[in-house]
Design a protein around this ligand. Structure first.
Ligand SMILES: [Zn+2]
Ligand SMILES: [Zn+2]
Length: 394
């Protein structure tokens, strides 16, 4: 075989192996993985009917993710930042394209260093966030505040909170209503109950929202206009809210958590610290009493868990969306009607799979190189033997 064609074959195989592995790991892998996920169906057995008794065929398609932790300028290595942000961007954009959610919630800790970043670094983080999580006008993106965005309770101040709220053009505690479903967003960083100015302001807002929601429900039950005590209150669709917040409600530990994305066994029995890992008992109970939510979705722990509070209020801990925090990030797909909901979890490609593919490609290249060397060596030996033989015969 002519020598140039061997080089060509080697070059083509090289491009196929390196290019194929890169294309698969950086683009293609997200499609088959996310294609396995589907919007859950609300069963009639679980009350999948409208408030007027008709079947609900127009549930809200809500995608919920948490703890993206876009790395900052101080603690983030440039390669780590490049890698993780690329992974999250591809996963998010593929999920948007394949699943077409109507609303996306990110449950806080959007930025890793929002709590201390300078204005210049903050603006750079925000610019990257908008690029990664770009979306069409068909999808609404709703962002909650986490301790890494504005700091833990004692690091938090008005400047950081208002800087965060200004970027996302909304208050951190409010109700978002979609297709008759009330999504209650809670700034859980401000629920220490110590009377700090931000805590007071958030509690005041929560009390108002609780009154508005209760009046909306009473309005439906009484069936005759707004009750006297509810005069001046804002009416919402008469259905208990889905509560979203960064900190989980109080629980002792993750000991009862199961599933492939629960905390590692060695961490599950570690006791949670109130106001640090989870909300205080008191703040948790107040939220439950005020809102009686039909579902709570929270982040912060970076692991998955399902908890039932007071035997009637289910809470789902949504794991981190970043491969920096988990080998197997995921997000929640929620179909929510005013009377019911159904949830499913969509796992993203595992980091170990990607590393495995790159290692296999590397091993293939090594084998190819060795085979090429042996083949060339064999060819040279053959040629020298032939030449030697001809020489002898002369
Ligand atoms: Zn976090
Ligand atoms: Zn957090």
């Amino acid at each position: 075989m002519p020598r140039f064609s061997v080089r060509w074959i080697v070059a083509v195989v090289l491009i196929l192996v390196v290019g194929g592995a890169f294309f698969f790991c950086e683009y293609l892998i997200y499609y088959p993985t996310i294609l396995k996920c589907a919007w859950p169906k609300i069963s009639h057995a679980r009350g999948g009917e409208g408030i007027d008794g008709r079947p609900m065929d127009s549930a809200v398609r809500a995608m919920v993710l948490s703890d993206t932790h876009l790395l900052g300028a101080v603690g983030g290595h440039w390669f780590d930042k490049l890698r993780r942000e690329w992974q999250m961007e591809r996963a998010f954009q593929t999920a948007l394209w394949l699943l077409r959610p109507e609303i996306v919630f990110i449950l806080g800790d959007i930025f890793d260093e929002g709590k201390w970043s300078s204005q210049k670094h903050w603006e750079d983080d925000v610019r990257r966030f908008h690029r990664m999580f770009r979306h069409s006008t068909d999808t609404e993106l709703v962002v909650l505040v986490g301790n890494h965005d504005i700091g833990f309770h004692y690091e938090m101040d008005w400047f950081k909170l208002q800087r965060f709220e200004k970027v996302f053009n909304a208050s951190s505690t409010r109700i978002v209503t979609k297709k008759g479903v009330n999504f209650l967003l809670v700034n859980s960083v401000a629920l220490h109950g110590d009377g700090c100015p931000i805590c007071q302001s958030v509690e005041k807002e929560l009390i108002k929202l609780s009154r508005d929601l209760n009046c909306s429900l009473q309005n439906l039950q009484s069936g005759s206009g707004v009750m006297d005590s509810c005069e001046g209150s804002q009416l919402y669709p008469p259905t208990p809210p889905i509560m979203l917040q960064h900190y989980p409600l109080y629980r002792v530990s993750d000991a009862g958590c199961t599933g492939q994305d629960a905390a590692p066994p060695e961490e599950r029995h570690l006791l949670f610290r109130e106001k640090y890992d989870v909300l205080s008992k008191e703040a948790s109970q107040r939220l439950l009493n005020w809102f009686k939510p039909r579902l709570i979705l929270s982040g912060h722990t970076h692991s998955g868990c399902e908890v039932l509070h007071d035997n009637k209020y289910p809470e789902i801990s949504v794991p981190s969306f970043s491969w920096r925090n988990r080998n197997n990030p995921s997000f929640i797909l929620a179909s929510v009607s005013p009377a019911s909901y159904a949830l499913s979890k969509c796992f993203l490609p595992e980091e170990s799979t990607v590393i495995g593919v790159y290692c296999s490609a590397g091993a293939c290249l090594l084998l190819l190189f060795l085979a090429h060397c042996l083949w060339m060596k064999g060819l040279l030996q053959c040629l020298s033997l032939c030449l030697l033989g001809k020489h002898k015969s002369l």
